[in-house]
Design a protein around this ligand. Structure first.
Ligand code: SF4
Length: 365
C-alpha cells in the first residue's frame, strides 16, 4: 500500500532509529512487495555529453564549470543500438539514455532520440530517457515510441535545491513529472545525498517523492561524487551508514518502488552494497561509467550477484512492454512549443566562484 501523507518528522524518526531496527523494518517491507533476491540491472548511456547550459552544482557536464569532461554531440541510432545490444548481452534489462539538455526541443535531435527509443524497445529491453524538462506532447511522443520510464530527479528538498541550482525551479521538475504521468510511461525520480544538505532536507526530498500519487516506480539514491572544478568539489563523501539509512528509509516510505543504488557505488565495499540490498535496494546501474563518473565494472557486479545469490531481474517484470508506434503511423506531431520554464536566477556563491575560476583557467590557456 502507498501512503502519500508521510511527514518529515515521521521520516526522520524512521531514519534515526537504531540501525538494526531500521534494517529489520526495511527488509520486512521489502519482502512483502518484492523478490529480495532479484535486482534490476540498468545501463546508463550518455547519448549527448557536456556543454549543458544549467548550473547544477554537482554536475561536471555544466559548461560553465572547468572539468575535463569530453563533450560529445548526439550519438547516432546505430551507435546506440550497438551499445544496447552489448548491455543486453551482459545482463542489463534496461537502457537509460541521458542527454545533457536543459529541456527537450522539438526538432531533428528529438526525432533521433525517438528513433533510439523505438530501436531499443524492439530489442525487448526497457528504455528510459533523461533529457531534461519535457512538455505533455513530448511525453506522449516518447510514450508512443515505446518509452518505458522517464527519469527526472528532484535532487534534494525544495529548500536545499535552491542552494545547488539557480537556472531552473523545483516546480518545473514537478511539472515534467506530471507531464510524464499523463502517459503510460513510468516515473523515475530520486536525488543525491552528500551535497551539504541536512537530514531534514533528505527527509524533505522523501516527503516530496512519496507524496506524488502514484509514487515514482523507480527512485535512484545517489551519493555525490565530488568532481574537481564543480562547486561541490570539496564536499566530504557520505559514509556507507548514511547510504544504508537513506536506502532503508526510502524503501519504507515507498514500499512498491524500485530503489536504485546509483552514483557513488565505486566507493562502497561489497559488504556495504550487500547491506543496501538487504535494506531494500533492488536496482543498480551497470557499466564502468555513470554518465561521466566511474562505476563498478559489469563483471565485478556479476561476481557480487553470484556471491550474494542475487539474480538480474528480467525486463518487463513489473509492467508489460509498451508498444512501439513507428514514425509514419504516429498520432502525435511536434508542436514546436516554446514553454516558459522558469529561471529563478538567484545567487549561489559557490556556483559563481566555480564559474569565475573556470573563466580564469580558460583565459590562462
Ligand atoms: S545535471 Fe543535467 S541539467 Fe544539470 S548541468 Fe548536468 S546535464 Fe545539465
Amino acid at each position: 500500500m502507498q501512503r502519500h501523507d508521510w511527514t518529515k518528522e515521521e521520516i526522520l524518526e524512521i531514519y534515526n532509529q537504531p540501525l538494526m531496527d531500521l534494517l529489520y523494518q526495511a527488509a520486512s517491507v521489502h519482502r512483502v512487495e518484492h523478490n529480495p533476491n532479484q535486482v534490476q540491472v540498468s545501463t546508463l548511456l550518455s547519448i549527448k555529453t557536456g556543454g549543458c547550459p544549467e548550473d547544477c552544482g554537482y554536475c561536471p557536464q555544466a559548461a560553465r564549470y572547468h572539468t575535463d569532461i569530453e563533450g560529445n554531440d548526439l550519438m547516432s541510432v546505430s551507435q546506440v543500438k550497438a551499445q544496447a545490444l552489448r548491455a543486453k548481452s551482459s545482463g542489463s534489462s534496461r537502457v537509460c539514455m541521458g542527454a545533457a539538455w536543459r529541456n527537450v526541443k522539438d526538432g531533428e535531435e528529438f526525432e533521433q532520440v525517438l528513433e533510439m527509443v523505438r530501436t531499443i524497445n524492439k530489442l525487448d529491453m526497457e528504455v528510459c530517457c533523461t533529457l531534461g524538462m519535457i512538455t505533455e506532447n513530448q511525453a506522449k511522443r516518447l510514450a508512443e515510441a515505446g518509452l518505458y520510464a522517464y527519469n527526472h530527479n528532484l535532487d534534494s528538498s525544495e529548500e536545499y535545491y535552491k542552494e545547488v541550482i539557480s537556472t531552473r525551479g523545483y516546480e518545473d521538475r514537478l511539472e515534467t513529472l506530471s507531464n510524464v504521468r499523463k502517459t503510460n510511461v513510468t516515473v523515475c525520480s530520486g536525488g543525491i545525498i552528500g551535497m551539504g544538505e541536512n537530514l531534514e532536507d533528505r527527509a524533505g526530498m522523501l516527503v516530496a517523492l512519496s507524496s506524488l500519487n502514484p509514487q515514482p516506480e523507480s527512485v535512484p539514491i545517489n551519493a555525490l561524487v565530488p568532481v574537481e572544478g564543480t562547486p561541490l568539489a570539496e564536499q566530504e563523501r557520505v559514509s556507507i551508514w548514511e547510504m544504508v539509512r537513506m536506502v532503508a528509509t526510502t524503501r519504507i516510505v515507498m514500499p512498491q518502488t524500485q530503489v536504485r543504488l546509483s552514483a557513488g557505488r565505486t566507493d562502497m565495499s561489497r559488504e556495504g552494497q550487500a547491506l543496501c540490498f538487504f535494506a531494500g535496494a533492488n536496482s543498480i546501474f551497470a557499466g564502468d561509467k555513470l554518465l561521466t563518473t566511474p562505476n563498478p565494472d559489469v563483471n565485478e557486479d556479476m561476481e557480487l550477484f553470484k556471491l550474494l545469490g542475487l539474480e538480474p531481474m528480467k525486463p518487463f517484470t513489473k509492467k508489460s512492454q509498451p508498444k512501439t508506434v513507428d514514425a509514419d503511423q504516429s498520432e502525435y506531431k511536434p508542436l514546436g512549443e516554446k514553454p516558459k520554464w522558469t529561471r529563478p536566477g538567484h545567487t549561489i556563491d559557490r556556483n559563481l566562484e566555480a564559474k569565475e575560476k573556470a573563466k580564469a583557467a580558460k583565459t590562462k590557456v
